[in-house]
Design a protein around this ligand. Sequence first.
Ligand SMILES: Nc1ncnc2c1ncn2[C@@H]1O[C@H](COP(=O)(O)OP(=O)(O)O)[C@@H](O)[C@H]1O
Ligand SMILES: [Mg+2]
Length: 475
Amino acid sequence: MGITTTLISGNDDETAVFAEAFDGDLSLIFRFDVDISQPLSTSSRIVTCFHEIEVDDEKRTLPDRESMRQAVYDLISHVWPICASDPSIRLPDVVLHIQQDDRGETTFTISHEGVFQRYLAGLLPVSSVKDALIRKVGVTEPRYASLESLKFSHKLGGRGGTTITRFRDQKDGGPYIYKGLSFRLFLEGDAIYRPERDTFHRELKAIYSLPSHPNLQRTPSFLVTTGPPQSASQGVGEENRVLCGMLYPFLERQSLQEVINQSNESHTSLPLVAKAKWAFQISSAMATVHSSGQYHMDLKPSNILLNNENDVVVIDWEQCGASPFFLAPEASGLWDVEVVANSETDEAQEAKPTMAYREFIGPLLDSRGTWPRRNVFQLWQRECPRALEAAEIYSVGKSLWVIFEQKNDDWVYERKHPEATTVEWTPGSDGVSGAWKDFVSRCMSVDPNKRPTFEQGERFWEQEWKQLEENTKEM
Ligand SMILES: Nc1ncnc2c1ncn2[C@@H]1O[C@H](COP(=O)(O)OP(=O)(O)O)[C@@H](O)[C@H]1O
Ligand SMILES: [Mg+2]
């Protein structure tokens, strides 16, 4: 099969570049350092190019990202056959440093990083997993797998935390999805690693406290543990092991976004009856989530998987950021909410409380362009569950618009401020009824008070789906 370089990243200090690569059952971390005494060496040029450091001589960098990726790949391929046979490189604290000597020859050193102990110390010990994660009764005891027993292949998530993997010694064993924290991420530096670690722990906690519902992600099949190099021969759940990841069954069709992209590539339309079913399942799952006082925060088609039965599974419970394309405009962090009495009455002639939004005056996070700029989801969970639900309804409305229109995900690169855009219905959604479009548009009302609830969504879509299914059978 050959060597595959899966991820290239850099450190906070802009002095190093890391690369992860695998071939067969061997996965390795490589490191390239800038060497001021040898600015023209390939390693130095890789670092200079990756971090976009300004240079007065073009020879000190590489022409573009593509050449940099090629240079990384070439150096790794050069050293791989020599280092692959050394048994010590399989230890979890190993990083392979690649550099050039005075004569320009590529050399490597197998480094057992001293900071590995610090990486382990920041992770959750297996002994405290139950107390830290499993507060709910009736949750099954987690099963453990060791990081060393996994054979990694393709990366799926943006920052390299989500990877397809198999158990090394199970030849025919089905693939899993590994989601976790790597030592490589730790080496990038605190500013990058700490928020990722907090996110990992938050996601684990959220998963273990979710209500059960057929369209919500279940608890992981395995929790993955690592430990000091000498602990490899011990049991996976032993005292001195720590938690570094989780394994889920790999769902071959992946996310609704991938299914849409593939359908567009083949110039086909996904069946309307399936779209109605997905709308019902998403609304039903989210109605359950909100009635148990929880939230998702980043609902979008790439966080909704499809299983073999063509049913949806809502994943990615990190609860720390949202795509500005799907985020409700009033949940950007720039607004506060309060519930005020209203003279209007509802159908039962009772005064209908209304949410009033006012601009937030206070410090906002400068979180490298990520949204929301202040986590109002956490705040509204405690202070205004109606506003929390309305914000999530917006994201579901936007997701359904993407699903009905079959839009490719070319917005992911737009980091701009979330805006309430009036959505346009194009020939892409031909066949979608006016009633469906109207419901989806109401989910995206600029005024959150005008949006339906998840329960109403569940009822509406169930009816639409069942009716369509009946009609399809009759034909
Ligand atoms: N169990 C799974 N089966 C198949 N694909 C998955 C699975 N879990 C995640 N993915 C794919 O990986 C992508 C990233 O996973 P996700 O949990 O959303 O991580 P991230 O935090 O990087 O967005 C998803 O959009 C989906 O395409
Ligand atoms: Mg995701």
